[in-house]
Structures are given as C-alpha cells and as structure tokens.
Design a protein around this ligand. Structure first.
Ligand code: ZN
Length: 122
C-alpha cells in the first residue's frame, strides 16, 4: 500500500506550516488527508517527534476525551473543515504509527501547565 502523505493544512497550524514542514524536505502535490491542492507533503510519521510532545501532556483516563479532541480544543489543530474526528484519528494514528492510542481516552496530566504556543521559539 502506498504511503499516504499529509500537509500543513490538515492541522491548520502556523507553527507546523512555517517552522516544521519546511525543515522536512517536503514534496508538493495534493494532500491525501484534507485534499488540499499544491501543498507541501510529508509522510505523517515524520511529524511524530512534534506530536509526541503534545501527547505527553495527557494521560489515559476512562472518562477523558480522545487525543484528537484535545488537540482540536487545546491546540486548535485539525481545524480544517474536512478534518473531522474520524479523519483526524486516522491521520494522528499514522503520525504516531499507533492505531490504538488514538482510540483511547485521555485527560490533561495534572502536572502540566498549559502554554498556548509552547512549541514556538520564544
Ligand atoms: Zn492536508
């Protein structure tokens, strides 16, 4: 099966678009996930180090929310109109190479203090 590729528009995040994607030597074309045209494309797994930082601020809890729901709510990620929860789960599962973790429920880790743009250089 051919590897699906994702683009910054899937996440609609300026940090990813301006700071992360250009460093990953992206190809260019149509996104397999959000179907944007003429966008930079990378294999989702290349974004794993960045997303693992986000995942680390949550911990598994049966009454929690899905990781993609937290990422939509807390980080304004996956806000592209085609990236509903189902699509976002598929993409995050590809990024983390883990189809299980995206189905689990999480709560913010009590030791984590939210920072709106923690990944941006200060
Ligand atoms: Zn996309």
């Amino acid at each position: 099966m051919e590897k699906k590729l994702c683009c910054p528009e899937c996440f609609d995040d300026r940090g990813l678009r301006d700071d992360i994607f250009p460093t990953l030597n992206p190809s260019k074309g149509k996104c397999d996930f959000c179907e944007a045209n003429d966008v930079p494309l990378v294999e989702p797994g290349r974004l794993a180090p960045w997303f693992e930082l986000l995942v680390n601020v949550y911990e598994a809890h049966k009454d929690g929310k899905l990781l993609v729901e937290w990422m939509k709510d807390d980080w304004a990620l996956f806000t592209h109109q085609t990236m509903d929860v189902a699509h976002a789960k598929e993409l995050l599962g590809e990024i983390l190479d883990n189809g299980e973790v995206v189905r689990q429920r999480f709560i913010p880790s009590p030791s984590y203090i939210p920072q709106a743009k923690a990944y941006e250089p200060s």
